[in-house]
Write a protein that binds this ligand. Structure first.
Ligand code: SF4
Length: 363
């Protein structure tokens, strides 16, 4: 049951600023967090940065703003800090960003309006238009049962009204629920479960609330064994003692040979993400791992060495036509990374400023 605490009569004309900041607070918890809804005018976004990462052909869609999970390295907070609705929720509830779930209010009619005109005609009728749309740049599409089922409904609308292909990324074994709900669309949905480690106890220390890596790997293998299209996502990876073993063990676990592509990325700076990750690792007894992450932060040479060693290990394990290693390249490193493009490196960012901005999807 919904309990509106900010009462705004929907018949009253709101200024754009008021509309953006409007929200409802429900009595339901989502992943144990208070759950809010914010009105939205779009579910699909154009021109996403995820195109540069080759995860889509430019379009993304999301049914929510903030996630049920609480990964310490998550970048979403840094891109939503100026969102009027989120800012108002945090201010008026007194809750922290990672302690709330914010979804789009009634997103399916909005999604339908983006795809079907008032006359009932499809807006994207080309049957040859197989472009890939990605979800989600903001939340985990299967963070809980309700979100997974809503994702199924949204995907059905897209699949029925376009000829597009959908790429879904998750850190939840609940992705299986979505696949089962879309089983007749096996050819048009590609599923990925990201993990940067195979150690369940380590992941638990900094990917709070997400499924364990072993459950994610189990789900990925189930998808592969049941004829679903899959991709790998070895991300984000911490600095390693033995990069070669790290890469080969992960490639074997996700069965890289059966994935269409394998993305990989080291842990990157997103606002205070590194500090949060270190604190969380240390609090759960992963002192050695926390120190290694701190060394990355303190020394640009260590940072670069970690990125290169991770890349080289993956390049030895995963064929170049399959590997998509995402690397934010700073001044002075471009030449080395540009030479690695044929081996699977994808260079992100051009200048220090764009490096900081890169990865931030337009939503
Ligand atoms: S699953 Fe993704 S969106 Fe959700 S908290 Fe983790 S990194 Fe952020």
């Amino acid at each position: 049951m919904k309990k509106t605490i900010i009462v705004i009569d929907k018949n009253v004309k709101l200024t754009p600023a008021q509309a953006k900041a409007h929200y409802t607070w429900t009595e339901t918890l989502s992943n144990g967090k208070p759950f809010f809804c914010v009105p939205t005018r779009k579910v699909i976004s154009e021109g996403s940065q995820f195109q540069h990462k080759k995860l889509c052909d430019g379009r993304t869609f999301t049914l929510g703003w903030t996630c049920g999970f609480s990964c310490q390295f998550c970048y979403v907070k840094t891109i939503l800090c100026r969102h009027a609705g989120i800012a108002r929720i945090l201010k008026e509830s007194g809750l922290a960003f990672q302690d709330v779930v914010v979804e789009k209010e009634d997103p399916l009619p909005v999604l339908t309006r983006q795809l079907v005109g008032k006359n009932g005609q499809r807006k994207f009728p080309d049957p040859k238009d197989r472009q890939v749309v990605f979800s989600s740049p903001m939340i985990d599409v299967a963070a809980n049962r309700k979100t997974a089922l809503l994702t199924v409904e949204a995907c059905r609308i897209i699949l029925d009204q376009t000829a597009w292909t959908i790429r879904l990324l998750s850190k939840s074994a609940g992705l299986k629920l979505i696949a089962e709900g879309l089983s007749e669309y096996r050819e048009r949905v590609i599923y990925g479960l990201s993990t940067g480690t195979l150690a369940d106890n380590l992941a638990r220390a900094f990917e709070l609330g997400a499924s364990s890596p072993s459950a994610r790997v189990r789900t990925l293998r189930w998808l592969q064994d049941n004829g679903y299209r899959t991709f790998g996502m070895i991300c984000p990876s911490l600095p390693q003692e033995d990069y070669a073993s790290f890469s080969s063990e992960l490639a074997e676990a996700i069965r890289a040979d059966r994935c269409e592509h394998v993305w990989a990325e080291v842990l990157n700076v997103r606002g205070k993400s590194m500090e949060r990750t270190c604190t969380s690792l240390r609090a759960r007894g992963f002192e050695k791992e926390a120190v290694r992450v701190e060394q990355l932060q303190d020394d640009p040479a260590v940072w670069e060495t970690n990125a290169r060693q991770t890349f080289l290990a993956h390049a030895r394990t995963i064929p170049p036509e399959k590997l998509r290693f995402l690397q934010y390249v700073g001044a002075g490193q471009r030449e080395w990374w540009a030479a690695q493009k044929p081996n699977g490196a994808i260079l992100l960012g051009k200048t220090a400023a764009t490096v900081r901005r890169a990865g931030r999807p337009r939503v």
